[in-house]
Design a binder for this molecule. Structure first.
Ligand SMILES: [Zn+2]
Length: 247
């Protein structure tokens, strides 16, 4: 009887070991997606920063162009003014005056645009500063998170190695046929081959055992399977199995 309970305890430990291995493998599998999400964030802010910088440079260039144009108009206006002073006929005078007015009008329009551009440049410079700050933050945060993931992976690998050795050690004490049965159930039953029964209910499939079977389970004379999910079951309230908990 004690022998059966020892076997059962080994299976419980093995199940615990395998569940931990499974959870570690799942965590490891989540790492690339986490890395990818950090990379996307970095890329997004980088693109936003480049776009804002480009907008700013465009605006500055447009402003320089408008200012050059204003200078040109000023030169032309000065020439028109000189011409105006030397004109004798009324008709020519009116035409030259109109030309001068046109130049002045165009110059005023350009000056308004330059003012607007200066405001836009100021706004863009502000935006650039804020995106740059954000970019630095995200870069630092990204580097920190990546390091964290790397460290987590290292820890997970170490834990995995420890658990695999532990598994080997436990398996050493279990009969080969039973191990095969255990592995087969685990493969088919979502990684869980061993289930405790508490108050007559299988804790994995949540079905109640027939009272007679439950009594047999408490009696502990043979290795039993859940009549519903077919997992190997044990009486979870047995103090014998609880002694080893937390090991
Ligand atoms: Zn069950």
């Amino acid at each position: 009887m004690v022998e059966l309970k020892d076997t059962m305890r080994s299976l419980i430990l093995l199940q615990d070991c395998d569940s931990r291995i499974k959870s570690i493998l799942e965590k490891k599998m989540a790492a690339p997606a986490k890395m990818q999400s950090i990379e996307s964030q970095l890329q997004e802010v980088e693109e936003r920063w480049e776009e804002t910088s480009r907008d700013l440079e465009d605006r500055k260039r447009q402003r320089r162009e408008a200012e050059r144009e204003i200078e040109e108009l000023e030169t032309r206006a000065a020439k028109s003014q000189t011409k105006l002073d030397s004109i004798k006929s009324n008709k020519e005078y009116r035409a030259a005056l109109k030309e001068l007015d046109d130049l002045k009008f165009r110059k005023a329009g350009l000056e308004d645009r330059v003012l607007e551009m200066m405001e836009a440049i100021e706004e863009l410079e502000e935006k650039c500063r804020s995106v740059e700050e954000e970019r630095e933050e995200i870069n630092a945060e990204g580097a920190r998170k990546k390091l964290e993931i790397q460290e987590e992976l290292t820890t997970l690998d170490q834990e995995l190695e420890r658990l695999r050795k532990e598994r080997e050690r436990i398996c050493g004490g279990v009969e080969e046929d039973l191990l095969k049965r255990y592995d087969l159930i685990r493969e088919r039953k979502d990684g869980i081959a061993v289930s405790p029964v508490l108050k007559g209910i299988c804790q994995t499939c949540n079905m109640a055992l027939p009272p007679q079977r439950y009594n047999e389970l408490i009696g502990g004379m043979e290795l039993m399977a859940c009549p519903n999910c077919h997992r190997i079951i044990y009486w979870g309230e047995d103090a014998y199995y609880r002694e080893g908990e937390g090991d």
